[in-house]
Design a protein around this ligand. Structure first.
Ligand code: F0G
Length: 463
């Protein structure tokens, strides 16, 4: 099992956790329609629903908040933020947005026309939803191994260049851009190599197609490049981050992940004309182009958070914590996605509950069971998250069906990780007791996993 280095921080402020009983939690998950997303957070003991916006800010970030310039236009805080993004990600034009999906909306509206096609290294729900809302069809060109939980490749986020070539050959000029992610969330936080990303850009550019990178967890990706990609071991995370962004034409960023803040994001671009169009839409949908839906203090916190995010002691401790949790599950035979990714440990729900068919949502069922067992909240990543095909209306069932345990940055300790591991091991040992899956009681149109309500397929419980 991996070493667990001491956290490179001290705890200065604490948030009490409410104790609950199993009976209390059973009632709570029923009231929440068997969807952990609809629980009240005070009913959750260890919240691994997401690493997005849930990080603990540092004393430096909190003091930066006080420097927030809340001027409507041209706030000093915008220029501090702009400089931090330019310096670390290398994009000339920095356009603030309230969070990642705000940026996805703007970029999709700028570039997508009905009937176009977008290749990418696996979909992310909000990214694909904006692409589809604007009339594009998404094509997954990730390597096949990304869909095999046991394939322990170093860069399971890589693009299969043959698949990309085939999409380009078929759709050519109908491709407005290639949509890349570093790391790939829906594959379990798997990285892309600098070499692969560079080749993708060369191929796309040879056909006049730009490439946009989802940089939400690009610093985590940089960590894996440093550990795993030949030639990069001596480079700093900051250098590798710049190298990942350098061949791309732009980025969309949810600062709620790597940048250690609770809200915020940006679009980074090189093309001045596209930047001008994007700023025009930001005015309509987000806010003025020098705040984009954020407060001045949010932009200050992001600037400070970006600098902290590339600190190797921080990232080393973060990844080691995930490896510790994953290592404990692995040692006890709980099936997880390998290798352990950058922001989460993912429990293979199909392997855990093989008796629950895809149409009965094994990962959603497992998420409910784990909450009831110990008050731990994870999120379904499988058939529910994948939604329906916009053309046929049929459910989409991606190859991977898993419970994602996403670990917030600088929030939980090793003792919390042990509680999570103990609970998962217990639920896995008693998995045969989970006899019924779930079906929809209410199914929303978009990003259905957030607000859906479920009911057990028979009886009143999943047990
Ligand atoms: N891209 C990726 C790879 C993401 O993981 C997310 C959000 C977004 C874009 C959208 O950003 O939330 O700021 O609007 N992921 C969160 C998660 C919600 O839990 O994985 P946002």
């Amino acid at each position: 099992m991996s070493a667990y280095p001491p956290e490179p921080w001290r705890i200065k402020m604490v948030e009490p956790i409410k104790a609950t009983t199993r009976e209390y939690r059973e009632q709570a998950i029923r009231d929440a329609g068997w969807n952990p997303c609809l629980l009240r957070s005070e009913d959750v003991s260890i919240d691994l629903f997401t690493d997005s916006g849930t990080s603990a800010m540092s004393d430096r970030q909190w003091s930066a908040l006080l420097r927030g310039d809340e001027a409507y236009a041209g706030a000093r805080s915008f220029y501090v933020f702009e400089e931090a993004v330019r310096a670390h990600y290398g994009y000339e034009h920095v356009i603030p947005v309230h969070q990642g999906r705000g940026g996805e909306n703007i970029l999709s509206r700028c570039l997508i026309r009905p009937g176009t096609h977008i290749p990418g290294n696996m979909y992310f729900p909000s990214t694909r939803a904006h692409q589809e809302l604007n009339g594009a069809t998404f094509h997954d060109v990730i390597v096949d191994e990304a869909e095999d939980p046991r394939a322990a490749l170093p860069f399971k986020g890589n693009v299969d260049l043959a698949k990309l070539r085939a999409v380009i050959a078929e759709f050519g000029e109908l491709i407005p851009y290639v949509s890349l992610a570093a790391t790939v969330n829906m594959a379990g936080g798997q990285p892309i190599s600098v070499a692969n990303l560079t080749e993708v850009c060369e191929l796309a550019h040879a056909h006049g197609i730009p490439v946009f990178l989802d940089t939400a967890r690009a610093v985590e990706n940089a960590w894996f490049v440093k550990q795993r990609e030949p030639g990069w071991g001596d480079r700093s995370l900051a250098e590798i981050l710049l190298a990942l962004c350098a061949p791309t034409d732009g980025a969309v960023m949810s600062a709620k992940k790597d940048s250690l803040v609770n809200i915020g994001g940006w679009i980074g671009l090189r093309d001045p004309a596209l930047a001008e169009r994007a700023r025009g839409l930001v005015l309509l949908y987000e806010g003025l182009h020098t705040y984009g839906g954020m407060a001045g203090r949010d932009m200050e916190a992001i600037a400070a958070g970006i600098a902290e995010s590339v600190d190797e002691a921080h990232m080393g401790a973060r990844i080691a914590q995930l490896e510790y949790l994953g290592g404990r599950l692995d040692a006890e035979g709980v099936p997880i996605i390998h290798p352990i990714g950058g922001h989460c440990v993912c429990v293979d729900a199909t392997a855990t509950l093989p008796h629950i068919p895809r149409t009965r949502f094994a990962a959603q069922t497992l998420a409910a069971a784990v909450y009831v067992d110990a008050g731990i909240r994870g999120v379904e990543r499988g058939g529910v998250s994948a939604g329906r095909d916009p053309v046929t209306g049929e459910n989409r069932f991606p190859p991977l069906e898993f419970l994602r345990l996403a670990v917030p940055r600088r929030v939980y300790t090793r003792a919390h990780m042990d509680v999570v591991a103990d609970s998962l091991i217990r639920v896995h040992r008693e998995r045969d007791r989970i006899t019924h899956g779930l079906e929809f009681a209410y199914e929303p149109d978009h990003l259905r996993f957030f607000q859906a309500r479920f009911k057990p397929v028979s009886g009143s419980s999943i047990w």
